[in-house]
Design a protein around this ligand. Sequence first.
Ligand code: EPU
Length: 340
Amino acid sequence: MIKVEENVSLKPYNTFGIGVNAKYLCRVTSVDQLVDLLQSPVFKQEQHYILGSGSNVLFTGDFDGLIIKDELKGIETVQENDSQITVKVSAGENWHEFVMHSVLNDWGGVENLSLIPGTVGAAPMQNIGAYGIEIKNLIENVDAVELSTGILKTFSNEQCAFGYRESVFKKELAKKYFISSVTLSLSKKNHQLNTTYGAIQETLKEMKVTLPTIQTVSNAVINIRKSKLPDPIVIGNAGSFFKNPTIALEQYKELQKSNATIPGYPTDNQSIKVPAGWLIEQCGWKGKRINNVGVHPQQALVLVNYGNGNGDEILSLSKKIQADVLEKFHIVLTPEVNIL
Ligand code: EPU
């Protein structure tokens, strides 16, 4: 049985805390329920949007359609030996709770991705990443239901076509599938810890850790994120609002002439990824506030809602930032957040 709620406030379901309403909302707790919903008139007649925990979305107005709220739960062991475990995690599980479950069990791989907001199902969608690790490094496959047929398909890691904050589910197959579970392989011994990221090394030192473990790396990441990124429960935000832009090496060299400190990370021989946070800070936006919304004082890549901001205020702030970065650096910033 499916239950469709009408005229539902989305304020608790988006981490920006924007107070808009959805015409319809359906909480899906199993694949069977989803398949029933796909055959229902409300699905056939209305536009829809699949919502995990709303940590990467900006609502700029009421949603005139059906919100499908992913609430599929469960963690299942698919395969296990002395050194590896493969787990299938339902899409509606909270990502950080799954990371904590892994850390507690001493399963290695996801510790650098501690405290990332969102659901497990949203993680492959945008190939979440932090501190030198992307989820694509750990994914075996992704199960997803085709919305037009209700057929459950398994996508191999390769078929997911992962890129920087990208996957096939955001590109060619955008809006065509509902991710129902994600299968990941994690280590049980000889863990390959990734502590190369500068901030992790510094934090481990401050924590007086000489031999890092999954637990201490996870704690270091949690400490870094808590110090730089606002807690959405306290201040509305959706993490990085923009992607870090990739520019041509020649343009980077040109910019270095007048901006000696410009950071950059080569992505290949010809391109450099530049931290958008740095560009935004150089334009003077860090810590600025316009009425109800602003740019976070500790991390300029994060736009925040101080309380009663609406989606249009955030969007208009983001456009001002894009215009300034374009004017000063001739670099186009692209939102990482889905704008509806
Ligand atoms: N920087 C500044 N000013 C700022 C912010 C950053 O100058 O206000 C510069 C600094 O030079 C810093 C560099 O930018 O060394 C990188 O900053 P940071 O380590 O905070 O990472 P980021 O590139 O801004 C990315 C991800 C984050 C992820 C961190 C850590 C994107 C769009 N964002 O941010 O992901 O947590 O790396 O790995 O790739 C998210 O996607 O929502 C997110 C928070």
